[in-house]
Design a protein around this ligand. Structure first.
Ligand code: 5GP
Length: 302
């Protein structure tokens, strides 16, 4: 009997390249779970829809330890309780095991439910470098019906920025005056340097007229708006993946190691706060994300 023919060299190379890519995709997915860019339930859904995907080929024990607060001991107890063998991959679970795993996840880490919009005032926030500014600029360009709030700031204009369009550029004394007069709906010191605030008057007028209003502000500001305007909807913009956020954050290469580490820590903490928001939108591509935000405003204006 002759030996089975060996696959040609090119096929073997392609196969090993594919295996490396698949491993990399699974590692990326585990980081997304760890950093809360995706929910464990959404990974399970992907695995069910496509058992050959990165989610589908992820081993269940690895999936579990990627979830924050699950270590090796807890992982083993969960596997035993749910009767899942440690060699199982997520996409290879039987219906009953999958339901048991989903039920367990829903109990421990309930997925945030979108809360219905109650007013046409929408706040867009999210982690540093996720692209809020780009999404807001796209809305300004393509949806003139939406009023984009113009913030006051004490920072200097950048090249191309127009006073009254991008920001109202004010000095410290003027900002103090606005705060003292209660002219700002919210304000915050951002990145520990300059102050930014949302002028209240134009927003009150637009909301009274039923016009959709969008605020693109930082997370501290978003929570302040909720306090003074409980009907406002808070939208959290998510990156398509943790790796993508990291490359947007550090990609510019202008910060030193310490600053980069600080920004990554901030981004992780910001992602951990997403449960406080009413909606989540993934910034996979800007026009789609912008459309989702606009749809939300229109739904609530009805
Ligand atoms: P930049 O200086 O790059 O334009 O903005 C820096 C940060 O300030 C961004 O995260 C932006 O969301 C935030 N920001 C802009 N305007 C306001 C505002 O009126 N209030 C608050 N709290 N943050 C703002």
């Amino acid at each position: 009997m002759s030996e089975a023919p060996r696959p040609p060299e090119v096929d073997r190379l392609a196969a090993s390249r594919k295996a490396v890519e698949a491993r990399r995709a699974r590692a990326g997915l585990k980081r997304d779970i760890a950093m809360r860019v995706v929910t464990p339930q959404s990974v399970l859904r992907r695995a069910t829809a496509d058992p050959r995907s990165a989610a589908g080929t992820l081993r269940v024990p690895e999936f579990l330890t990627a979830i924050p607060a699950i270590g090796a001991g807890k992982r083993d107890r969960i596997l035993a309780d749910l009767g899942i063998s440690p060699v199982k991959r997520l996409g290879g679970l039987g219906g009953r095991q999958r339901d048991a795993l989903r039920g367990w996840l829903d109990l421990r880490w309930p997925e945030p439910e979108p809360r219905p919009a109650r007013s046409s005032l929408v706040v867009l926030a999210g982690p540093t470098a996720v692209g809020k500014g780009t999404v807001a600029a796209y809305i300004r360009e393509h949806h003139p019906d939406v009023m984009l709030s113009v913030s006051a700031t004490t920072r200097q204009p950048r090249p191309g920025e127009v006073d009254g369009k991008h920001y109202f550029f004010v000095d410290e004394a003027e900002f103090d005056r606005m705060v003292a007069n209660g002219e700002l709906l919210e304000w915050a010191t951002v990145h520990g340097t300059h102050r930014y605030g949302t002028p209240r008057g134009p927003i009150d007028r637009a909301v009274a007229a039923g016009r959709p209003v969008l605020l693109e502000i930082d997370m501290q500001g978003a929570f302040q708006v909720r306090q003074s305007e409980p009907r406002a909807s808070l939208v959290f913009l998510l990156p398509p993946s943790w790796d993508e956020l990291v490359s947007r954050l550090v990609g510019r290469g202008t910060e030193d190691e310490e600053e980069r580490a600080r920004r990554l820590r901030t981004a992780r903490d910001e992602l951990a706060a997403q449960g406080e928001f009413d909606f989540r939108v993934v910034n996979e591509d800007v026009p789609t994300a912008a459309q989702q935000v606009v749809d939300l405003m229109q739904a609530s204006a009805r």
